[in-house]
Design a protein around this ligand. Structure first.
Ligand code: CTP
Length: 397
């Protein structure tokens, strides 16, 4: 969920500040863009240099830093999708509760319209103090979200509540918050994409021109709507951008079959966009086949039809297939919808200009099991994926 999200991480002056190096790494790893603001006290606990390297961005501490324009806090506030303040000390908490503005972090917080998540960190009695509790209530009332402090050994040696939530738990909290209200929150999805390679010998194979772009765009569109996505990917040169999509790399149709079937149970949505080979060599030579004097004949046998098998085993899944045709598009697509026991089929014509395997655009017709037919314009594969997922969300409602 953090992919491409713009986050301001405010760090205040508590010992838990050292854990923020790890927190920044986790956020960056999940694809977020992070800008760090330190309070002057926080800079005593962790260096701006460390955080700058990890966040791949300049770290701001002081209004009067040489390269900080005094009104940049306004731009920062506008830039961010989300603010996270961790650790939150009693001092900054009190400032947030009263609107006191004496550093860049507070100026940015007060200028920001985005949600702010805070992870308090204090010693035992401090965390229990009525003023602290009162200020936390004010923060909550003002629309901020509190990431509860954890229980354990505190810096003083005392044991109890007050430790900053572990960075992993902060990231989970942020992810859960970002997923709230998304239409596919709590849903699981399985997608396949790309070509398959059917081995002839150790150096040769039968393959096809599928790039995998359409299926990858679908996986990313599902993840953006809150689904947990597994992508079974044939040999593709493309890279998926959203790190939250779990990828299982396969090569042959047999490997793709295994990966799809073993992950099928319990899935809510399954989209088969892969260009699975229909035939494979009957025998795979374990040595490179030497050049023959005459021509060479290969015996081919049928591969397993993954989608047909998924259709047979279907329980609660919404099963979506593709039909790539060069003629009789709607007729063949309707046949596949029925014979493969699908809920939705995406028909696209290989002959159409701008549609097909290697290009970045596609033109589709969606047919569902109620025989509703919807035509779409030629669009980028990302936009086509968004159309498919919007249709699917409506369909499963
Ligand atoms: N498919 C599959 N396993 C196969 C072949 C196809 O799962 N061995 C799936 C594709 O991923 C696609 C759908 O079946 O979602 C239709 O694929 P397509 O190539 O259009 O049709 P085929 O069923 O292979 O039939 P034909 O090639 O005769 O059109």
């Amino acid at each position: 969920m953090l992919y491409n999200k713009k986050i301001i991480l405010g760090i205040t002056g508590g010992i838990a500040a050292y854990k923020c190096a790890h927190l920044v790494r986790l956020l960056i790893k999940q694809g977020a863009q992070v800008k760090v603001i330190l309070t002057p006290a926080a800079a005593e606990f962790i260096t701006p240099q460390t955080l700058s390297v990890l966040s791949k961005s300049e770290v701001i501490v002081d209004f009067f830093d040489a390269n900080f324009n005094w009104n940049n806090h306004v731009h920062l506030a506008e830039w961010a999708d989300l603010m996270v303040i961790a650790p939150l000390t009693a001092n900054t908490l009190a400032k947030m509760a009263t609107g006191l503005c004496d550093n860049v972090l507070m100026a940015t917080y007060l200028s920001s319209k985005s949600k702010c998540l805070v992870a308090p960190a204090m010693d035992l009695d401090m965390y229990q103090h009525p003023s602290v509790k009162h200020n936390l209530e004010i923060l909550q009332k003002n629309g901020n979200l509190i990431i509860p402090a954890e229980t354990g050994e505190l810096a003083s040696g005392l044991i109890g509540e007050g430790r900053m939530a572990e960075p992993e738990n902060i990231v989970t909290f942020i992810n859960d918050f970002l997923k709230r209200g998304l239409p596919l929150n709590g849903k699981t999805a399985l997608v396949n994409a790309g070509p398959t390679y059917e081995a002839i010998d150790p150096v040769r194979f039968i393959g096809n021109r599928s790039s995998g772009k359409m299926g990858m765009a679908i996986a990313e569109a599902l993840a953006a709507k809150g689904a947990e996505v597994i992508l079974v990917l044939g040999p593709s040169h493309e890279k998926i951008k959203n790190p939250s999509v779990k990828i299982i790399n396969v090569e042959s149709s047999d490997q793709m079959y295994e990966a799809m079937l073993s992950n099928y149970t319990g899935m809510d949505i399954v989209v088969c966009s892969a260009a699975v080979a229909d035939y494979k060599p009957a025998n795979v030579s374990d040595k490179k086949i030497k050049k023959q004097k005459e021509g060479l004949s290969l015996e081919l046998i049928k591969t397993k039809d993954i989608l047909t098998e998924l259709g047979k085993q279907k329980k609660k899944q919404c099963l979506v297939g593709f039909a790539l045709e060069t003629e009789n598009l709607l007729g063949y697509a309707k046949d596949k919808l029925k014979t493969k026991n699908l809920d939705i089929i995406i028909a696209n014509s290989a002959g159409e200009k701008g549609a097909g395997f290697t290009v970045d655009t596609n033109k589709i017709t969606i047919i569902d099991k109620h025989n509703k037919i919807s035509n779409f314009e030629l669009k980028s594969k990302q936009e086509v994926a968004d159309d498919i997922i919007a249709y699917l969300i409506d369909f499963i409602k």
